[in-house]
Design a protein around this ligand. Structure first.
Ligand SMILES: Nc1ncnc2c1ncn2[C@@H]1O[C@H](COP(=O)(O)OP(=O)(O)OP(=O)(O)O)[C@@H](O)[C@H]1O
Ligand SMILES: [Mg+2]
Length: 262
């Protein structure tokens, strides 16, 4: 460990223990456990159907879980103890927790009737109760950070996919989340637009944002992530420092996967 490593000693921001997710009798997640530390960037890779999206969807409480638990800063996500049993939180309480987990999806999901600036200001005003002028100045700052200062008053349909995804990243950041979750943020983009979005995410990584990134961009996982998690069939098969794992995989399964995709 070098001094550049994220705060290894402190408690993890995100802690997941034995998470189980079933769809009927099919087990999509089979006892998944992992931590994400403050300032750490963790990439999740793995073949199609291995449970990567399911995992981040469960963390974002878009899915119920059948076993195990996830904690954000030590607080149980989605459930509470009541009379000796766990019960699901109300939708309102889930929404309050969800604010701390910013999510960026494959399909950018911007509000089409709002300008770029409006998209980024909406959550802070409506949900966090920020004053309009504060929200606006923060939105401008964030849009500058993702390289879109000149598009404040454009509408989403006037932007390229890469620009829309950068707005979506600014919008997620505007909520001041503890952790940013990305699910294949570049897979809906034309190849020539992938780089601009990855470079924004890499900048956030250098700035110390805590992030969990599902990606099929292996060079991004190797260069921008601190740690990589390889999933297959609902399980974590291998996990380790990014450079080492991507260049010297320990398991045959990761080796086979990497040789297929690289
Ligand atoms: N709503 C659902 N109902 C039933 N099965 C589902 C549902 N959502 C996902 N699954 C199954 O769970 C497994 C994991 O799916 P998931 O979308 O998490 O995979 P993934 O690793 O994200 O794949 P990809 O790389 O293609 O995005 C798959 O076998 C999928 O068919
Ligand atoms: Mg997926």
């Amino acid at each position: 460990m070098t001094s550049a490593d994220p705060a290894v000693a402190s408690a993890p921001v995100l802690r997941v223990r034995n998470l189980v997710k079933r769809y009927g009798s099919f087990e999509a997640l089979r006892s998944v456990s992992m931590d994400v530390n403050e300032g750490e960037v963790v990439a999740i890779i793995g073949p199609s159907g291995s449970g990567k999206s399911t995992f981040v969807r469960c963390l974002h409480q878009l899915e119920s879980i059948e076993g195990g638990a996830a904690y954000l800063d030590g607080e149980l996500l989605g459930y509470e103890w009541h009379a000796g049993h766990l019960r699901a939180l109300s939708e309102g309480a889930k929404a309050r927790q969800r604010r701390h987990l910013g999510m960026v999806f494959q399909q950018f999901g911007l509000f089409p009737h709002m300008t770029v600036e409006g998209n980024v200001m909406e959550g802070p005003i409506q949900v966090l109760g920020d004053r309009v002028e504060d929200a606006r100045s923060r939105a401008h700052h964030l849009l500058q950070r993702v390289g879109l200062a000149e598009k404040l008053l454009a509408y989403p349909q006037q932007l390229s996919g890469g620009q829309q995804q950068r707005v979506a990243i600014a919008r997620a950041l505007a909520m001041r989340p503890r952790v940013l979750l990305f699910d294949e943020p570049t897979s809906a983009l034309d190849p020539e637009l992938v780089g601009e979005v990855l470079s924004v995410i890499a900048d956030l990584a250098r700035a110390g944002k805590t992030m969990l990134v599902v990606t099929h961009e292996m060079s991004f996982a190797r260069e921008a992530a601190h740690r990589v998690i390889f999933m297959e069939a609902g399980r974590i098969v291998e996990e380790g420092p990014a450079q080492q794992m991507m260049t010297q995989p320990r398991t045959d399964r990761l080796r086979a996967f990497l040789s297929r995709v690289m």
